[in-house]
Design a protein around this ligand. Structure first.
Ligand code: SF4
Ligand code: SF4
Length: 386
């Protein structure tokens, strides 16, 4: 049985977060079940980009503080680290900026724990993978005795949700992340790769910051939504099942969950996932806003539907530059895995023939200057699935 604990937490006050995180872990059997005294632990938050705490793009520092303090009190050596999203270079300067924006430099200083500034990574074989057989992984993740994965509840325009499984993508060095979109253009293939990665690095414990979640067009441009929940599990996929349900999303529509079911890491109908703590029915946000790239539940049968699904690019939303908001910072140009964006007169232009609809540009734009618009075929498809 895969246990997922759910605990209420009204806000990010230190006292409430500490109590809820401790309760969440106790419900799973206590910290001693996952780590030992003297272990070197990488605490891995979501540091998508250097974004202010109040925008809710990154894991809240109080959650990182609470889990790091518990680990420290248990006698573990804590290192906080992440390689931010693909638009951020993996440099000491960029890391410093990301840690500062997310409030993690203050957390590290107060607790006397380390922040990772090593820029090294190693190429590691992953023989049991289904999709990707080798990964470049940052050394702090490889050298740690265990990884504690501290994810943020958010929607995602490409993978539908950002949860525990997606959060560990941060162990891949920053700029390399976008290259996976060129290699794995379909969301389901990308999801298979994420499960490969999680099976390789096996995070020991996963904690979900769902006190304030992001709904709509996450993981960067959505809206904050109060959920008042902290959840945890030693099973990343089971935690994503529960996260999806809390967001009123059918877990079977989520690529990483589908991939986990295919590999028998989860039962077909989640009969092996048990929620302890607060009743999940009391916590579900029935009107949680989905990302607008989501067409709707696609019927999983029939040749016509399969053919339509295989032509996703022809109806998927397209990124459009909002000229007034764009300041020409070039972040979209740098991250595009297809080199589909050219800078002309200091402004980006998208070649839609090359664009694979990965939405990395939208995810990385610091000025919300890229909208996503339906093409005629997309509008038609949306009507068909209703
Ligand atoms: S669209 Fe956004 S990321 Fe691209 S250059 Fe303009 S402001 Fe920068
Ligand atoms: S232009 Fe297209 S391919 Fe390039 S980052 Fe944006 S969505 Fe992805």
């Amino acid at each position: 049985m895969k246990i997922v604990s759910t605990v209420r937490c009204d806000d990010y006050s230190r006292e409430k977060v500490a109590k809820s995180v401790a309760e969440c872990i106790d419900l799973l059997g206590g910290l001693g079940k996952f780590v030992r005294k003297g272990d070197r632990i990488l605490v891995k938050p979501n540091l998508l980009r250097a974004s202010p705490i109040e925008k809710g793009v990154t894991t809240h520092p109080e959650i990182v503080f609470a889990i790091s303090k518990l680990l420290q009190d248990h006698g573990c050596n804590v290192l906080i680290g992440d390689s931010p999203g693909g638009g951020t270079p993996y440099t000491e300067r960029a890391l410093r900026k990301s840690y500062h924006a997310a409030g993690l430099d203050a957390v590290a200083k107060e607790l006397g724990v380390e922040l990772n500034f090593s820029l090294e990574y190693k190429n590691i074989p992953s023989p049991n993978s289904r999709k990707i057989k080798r990964f470049n992984i940052i050394t702090p993740a490889l050298e740690a005795d265990a990884i504690v994965n501290v994810a943020k509840m958010k929607t995602h325009l490409f993978t539908y949700i950002t949860g525990a499984t997606k959060n560990t993508f941060g162990v891949i060095p920053s700029m390399e992340k976008a290259t996976f979109h060129s290699r794995l253009k379909q969301p389901d293939d990308f999801a298979e790769m994420l499960v490969d990665l999680n099976e390789l690095i096996k995070p020991r414990l996963n904690i979900l910051d769902a006190v304030m979640a992001m709904e709509g067009d996450g993981p960067n441009s959505g809206k904050m939504r109060k959920m008042g929940i902290i959840a945890g599990s030693d099973n990343y996929a089971a935690l994503d099942v529960v996260e999806s349900k809390l967001m009123s999303i059918d877990p079977k529509d989520v690529g990483v969950v589908k991939a986990a079911i295919k590999r028998k890491l989860l039962g077909d109908n989640f009969e092996d996932v048990k929620v302890v703590g607060e009743e999940i029915e009391n916590l579900i946000a029935k009107d949680f806003k989905k990302p607008k790239t989501y067409i709707g539940p696609m019927p999983d049968q029939g040749m016509l539907w399969r053919a339509l699904a295989s032509m996703a690019k022809s109806y998927a939303m397209i990124p459009v530059i909002k000229k007034k908001e764009c300041n020409g910072c070039k972040e979209c140009y740098r991250i595009c895995p297809q080199s589909a964006i050219a800078m002309r007169k200091d402004r980006p232009h998208i070649d839609y023939g090359k664009c694979i609809r990965c939405y990395c540009c939208h995810e990385t734009c610091p000025n919300d200057a890229i909208s996503l618009d339906w093409k005629f075929t997309g509008k038609l498809m949306k009507r068909l699935v209703k």
